[in-house]
Design a protein around this ligand. Structure first.
Ligand code: IPD
Ligand code: CA
Ligand code: CA
Ligand code: CA
Length: 269
């Protein structure tokens, strides 16, 4: 078995264990919801319990690796060749309202590049997995991006960062324009599932600003292995720490990139 396959299997074990916790806590976290210093930026007991089990499993199997986890922050040397980027509950706002669109996202960056990704959506029991060169799957069956090549016939998805109320750099202009130019833009509320849905062809593209590495590390390799493209807004190589991401089925990539470049005021880059 290759190392990547081992990493994928252990990440799967961790994501499935975390998913059980999320399902157990669902509907029972009302007393445990707190805001992280910004209105609307929630964290629940489930976020923390999920992260705890993921850390236990990954640290037991890979004590030499480092971790970047949403709730625990930076664990170990962040320049380590192996860095796990973990979102224990992606879609906390949905989760707190029992809106069934949330997931566990576990990605492995090797020398800064996403190479392994597992996204588990426990409510509908959907397991998305990918590793570099090993393909992308949904519930163990291969998946592919959509083949739609026209932006005007596309369904897109996006999201809005928690600081949207305090800044004009809030994605509202892009959302309005692209709603006009396409068959629709969804705001699912879980960046990792947005990427998983690009990978399995449910949507044709996804963009967002203000995202963190743990939101997208797993989804990036999933989209790439499903035949899609992931870049910066302008089509150049993505810097996972830049906060901005464009992921598509590859066919609409140039057109969507051009629109984003026109709409996003250059001053806000
Ligand atoms: C958020 C979700 C949301 C996205 C935000 C993320 P969280 O993650 O992925 O869809 O728009 O930018 O922060 O806080 O629910 O893990
Ligand atoms: Ca997240
Ligand atoms: Ca989260
Ligand atoms: Ca959060």
């Amino acid at each position: 078995m290759t190392n990547l396959q081992i990493f994928l299997d252990i990440a799967t074990e961790a994501a499935l264990a975390a998913g059980v916790i999320l399902q157990d806590y669902l509907g029972k976290v009302e007393d445990a919801i707190t805001e992280k210093g910004r209105p609307g930026d929630l964290v629940t007991a489930a976020d923390k319990a999920s992260e705890k089990v993921i850390l236990e499993i990954l640290q037991r199997h890979f004590p030499q690796h480092s971790i970047l986890a949403e709730e625990s922050g930076k664990l170990g040397d962040q320049t380590n060749e192996y860095l796990w980027a973990i979102d224990p509950l992606d879609g906390t706002t949905n989760y707190a309202h029992q809106y069934p669109c949330f997931a566990v996202s576990i990605g492995l960056l090797i020398q800064g590049i996403p190479k392994v990704g597992v996204i588990y959506e426990p409510f509908h029991n959907e397991l998305f997995r990918a590793a570099a060169g090993l393909g992308a799957t949904r519930n163990r069956r291969p998946i592919k991006v959509s083949r739609n090549a026209e932006l005007s016939r596309s369904l897109l998805t996006t999201g809005f960062a928690y600081d949207r109320r305090e800044t004009t750099d809030n994605n509202y202009a892009e959302f309005c324009h692209l709603t006009h130019l396409t068959q629709g833009v969804r705001r699912g509320g879980s960046a990792s599932l947005d990427l998983a849905y690009v990978a399995c062809g449910r949507v044709d593209g996804y963009w967002e600003r203000g995202i963190a590495p743990w939101d997208v590390a797993a989804g990036i390799i999933l989209v790439q292995e499903a035949g899609g493209l992931v870049t910066a807004y302008d089509g150049t190589t993505l810097n996972i720490e830049s906060g901005r991401i464009l992921a598509t089925n590859a066919y609409i990539h140039n057109e969507l990139s051009q629109k984003l470049m026109q709409i996003s005021p250059l001053s806000s880059w």
